[in-house]
Design a protein around this ligand. Structure first.
Ligand SMILES: NC(=O)c1ccc[n+]([C@@H]2O[C@H](COP(=O)([O-])OP(=O)(O)OC[C@H]3O[C@@H](n4cnc5c(N)ncnc54)[C@H](OP(=O)(O)O)[C@@H]3O)[C@@H](O)[C@H]2O)c1
Length: 170
């Protein structure tokens, strides 16, 4: 059975994107990462928020732009949106979280569904369907932007460490 993994690069102060969704801060830190190389073949599908899909890309201006993991991964993508655009090959637009999770898990088989986007990841956590979190911190402080988890006034969420920066939820 597929598990939902929220894996992301982040600043040391916990932002996954800068102000306005800027991702250029990540560009100098792109490059080989043994943990990412290990993870990529274990991903069977992506569950993506609409702001991530079509948002800024740290590979902007290169051939790798717009491709998951800079072209390092290919497979089924499920994009959550209330405003589905024209069909895109390989992408399924879904307007309901539970439907998207079910479809992505089915497509992923026994691999991970990688969740992309903080808003979608928070909803998955609140729905009790998020299994694991992997933070890939890079040495930069942003001070502003999209937090990896944003729930003002929220209660603490217990995490069980699996490996450095890799946690099981609950
Ligand atoms: N550092 C990293 O590794 C990393 C990874 C991924 C993303 N990012 C960045 O994170 C930012 C995006 O994250 P985010 O949290 O702002 O947004 P997000 O989760 O990517 O997308 C949120 C959007 O998804 C749609 N959506 C969410 N829940 C839905 C639901 N239940 N039903 C239907 N549609 C739903 C809505 O779009 P509609 O308005 O279309 O309905 C909503 O505005 C981007 O800047 C991206 O570049 C960084």
């Amino acid at each position: 059975m597929a598990k939902l993994l929220y894996a992301f690069s982040c600043s040391v102060d916990g932002f996954i994107a800068g102000p306005g969704g800027d991702m250029s801060w990540l560009t100098p830190h792109l490059g080989p990462d043994p943990l990412v190389d290990e993870l990529i073949p274990r991903i069977g599908a992506l569950l993506v928020g609409r702001r991530t899909f079509g948002g800024d890309d740290p590979h902007r201006g290169t051939e790798a732009a717009g491709k998951p993991f800079g072209g390092g991964w290919e497979g089924p993508q499920f994009v959550l949106t209330h405003h589905a655009p024209e069909p895109v090959p390989g992408i399924t637009f879904v307007d309901d979280l539970a439907d998207a999770v079910t479809a992505a898990k089915e497509a992923a088989g026994d691999k991970y569904v990688n969740v992309l986007g903080a808003d979608v990841a928070r909803q998955c956590l609140e729905a009790g369907v998020l299994d694991e979190i992997l933070a890939l911190p890079v040495p930069v402080l942003l001070g502003d932007g999209v937090r990896m988890f944003d729930r003002p006034g929220g209660d603490p969420v217990g995490l069980e460490p699996l490996r450095p920066n890799w946690y099981r939820v609950g």
